[in-house]
Design a protein around this ligand. Structure first.
Ligand code: TEU
Ligand code: CA
Length: 561
């Protein structure tokens, strides 16, 4: 039985505030800048805006290092601006969800400053402090996500603290109930400001194996893989259930968990507690690793469509009528999707529309990342000094230190760096792409004269209008939201095709995932003459009876009429 919910029928737009729109021309995007652009987002057909962190922060990891959960980051504006933003969004019948970053804080958060002060400080236990092993070694060999050890030694108290990310992002100790209650209070404080939910940063990392076993380590590795000991840890369910009971269940909100290596089993398990919604949906990462080595994102792998089909099939079927999913092709941590799965040169528009077609016809709530709707691409700064992302900079430093040629490392960075998606939003072909009147905090992608919002809004066949149409089609076609997912042509290595059926409505999606032309015959089970074409990224169609000729990246949505 399908349960209808507003967050299942919504389309979300993700904003990375620093790079979105600078209203006061200091080179940094800000809340007023977002307010200026709400109508643009509304025009696309968006229901929910997800705002990346805007909390007070020394900004080592662009706001994912929070020093005060109740204040706004310097340069972004103040609480009044934020209240205005919430008001303006609601005023247009949209909703807003905010980032909840509670696996760690900044080391400049009061709690940590206190915690570090002495071993008997009341805040000591808010974080994870360990004496370490003998011989001046930390408790485990774990590698942090941004390079180096997960442990940093503090001379003052002669102990190590744990940080899965940079040393300026100490991990909170979720075993401490007082700390947990303070987090719940912060959550209620924001919900009472009227926000409509949370995107929960690395939420499946909050419970750790306190024995700190060493992780596996290759012969050339400096550190071990701690993920089996801090992902989906022993108390995760208990903590989230408590969060539900103490906060979430009192509100009609949407929650999306960022859950690396969670698996569909956990997605189902955490979807509901009793009959209450807990994690309404999760971001799984499986699709995001089809073009890279599973455990080393910098190492390239060729894309195999069959693997992509397998991932969708598994998630769509396992979650069907049990849990809800999210669907995303990019975010502020990922390279631009058109550069990744599409062709950002010759077929930029066609392939971006193809990917949009896939996204908007899948089960799950779609998340569009800013700039995706105009087909923004990866950037390739030649000078490492142009990069701003702490992960990228650390990677460059560690790799070149190991003696790897600079050019080789820069090439990897061009393909993988998180800064690919963090260059300023391209509004027009004027100074700094209309993002700001002064030098932006990170350089623009030089292709803004060609790729920008103003141009997209002037061209009838733009990627923007294609997204707009797809969103409209999805909204008027419940089968695209709630319908059963069934793959056809499963073994075909070039064509991605599936049906979405609900009640007496049937949709058929046919996608040429690559740039080769393909002729093929649909099986007899489907009689294409019964269907009508809803949309095609070539504008016209190219099929007769069941013989279909697909042009590069051609994608078609048919509906049974
Ligand atoms: O990301 C967590 C995460 O595991 C990865 O997406 C990570 O950014 C990268 O792929 C590591 O190689 C979340 C946020 O989205 C990210 O921006 C933050 O840096 C991180 O948590 C820490 O808060
Ligand atoms: Ca600004």
């Amino acid at each position: 039985m399908v349960e209808r919910r507003w967050w299942k029928e919504s389309v979300v737009y993700q904003i990375y505030p620093r790079s979105f729109n600078d209203s006061n021309n200091d080179g940094i995007g800000d809340i007023q800048g977002i307010i200026e652009k709400i109508d643009y987002i509304k025009k696309l057909g968006i229901d929910v805006i997800w705002l990346c962190p805007i909390y007070k922060s020394p900004n080592v990891d662009n706001g994912y290092d929070i020093s005060d959960y109740r204040k706004v980051m310097n340069g972004f504006g103040n609480l009044q601006d934020l209240e205005k933003l919430i008001f303006e969004i609601h005023n247009r019948n949209m909703k807003i969800i905010m980032d909840l970053v509670v696996n760690h804080t900044s080391d400049e958060h009061d709690w940590f400053i206190n915690s570090k002060e002495s071993k008997d400080n009341p805040y000591r236990d808010y974080y994870i402090w360990e004496k370490g092993k003998n011989e001046n070694k930390p408790s485990s060999n774990w590698e942090s996500f941004f390079g180096g050890s997960t442990w940093t030694y503090d001379e003052g108290t002669d102990e190590y603290y744990l940080h899965l990310f940079t040393e300026k992002q100490p991990d909170l100790n979720w075993e401490n109930p007082e700390m947990r209650n303070k987090i719940y209070k912060i959550m209620r404080w924001w919900l009472n400001k009227g926000i409509d939910g949370f995107r929960m940063d690395v939420i499946n990392m909050i419970s750790k194996d306190k024995d700190f076993p060493d992780g596996e380590k290759g012969p050339n590795d400096d550190f071990g893989d701690g993920t089996p000991y801090f992902l989906n840890g022993p108390h995760l369910y208990e903590y989230l259930k408590e969060m539900g009971e103490k906060v979430l269940f009192d509100y009609d909100i949407m929650t999306v968990g960022e859950t690396y290596k969670f698996g569909w089993e956990n997605a189902v398990k955490f979807a509901k507690v009793g009959d209450q919604d807990l994690l309404n949906m999760v971001f799984h990462f499986e699709l995001m690793s089809v073009d890279r080595h599973e455990d080393n994102k910098w190492v390239k792998k060729e894309i195999n469509l069959k693997e992509i089909k397998e991932i969708y099939k598994k998630w769509n079927n396992k979650l069907y009528n049990k849990a809800w999913n999210s669907i995303y092709l990019g975010n502020h941590d990922q390279p631009r999707i058109v550069s990744r799965f599409g062709d950002d040169q010759k077929y930029r528009k066609k392939s971006a529309k193809m990917l949009a077609t896939m996204m908007m016809t899948m089960p799950g709530t779609p998340f569009i990342y800013q700039g995706e709707e105009i087909g923004m691409t990866n950037v390739a700064f030649q000078d490492i000094g142009k990069y701003r992302d702490v992960e990228t900079i650390n990677y460059y430093r560690l790799q070149t230190k190991k003696g790897r040629p600079r050019d080789e490392v820069i090439k990897e960075i061009h393909r993988v760096s998180r800064d690919n998606s963090r260059t300023p939003m391209q509004w027009n072909d004027q100074l700094n792409a209309g993002f700001s009147q002064s030098t932006p905090w990170i350089d623009l992608n030089p292709n803004y004269e060609e790729i920008n919002v103003e141009k997209a809004l002037k061209e009838d066949d733009s990627i923007f209008y294609y997204y707009q149409k797809l969103i409209e089609i999805r909204k008027n076609n419940l089968a695209l939201i709630y319908g059963r997912y069934e793959t056809i042509l499963e073994n075909n290595e070039d064509i991605f095709s599936y049906k979405r059926e609900y009640k007496n409505k049937k949709n058929l999606i046919i996608i040429n995932f690559f740039s080769d032309k393909i002729n093929f015959n649909l099986s007899d089970e489907i009689n294409l003459n019964e269907y009508s074409l809803l949309i095609s990224n070539y504008g016209n169609n190219s099929y007769s009876n069941n013989l279909i000729k697909l042009r590069p990246y051609e994608s078609l949505i048919f509906t049974l009429s």
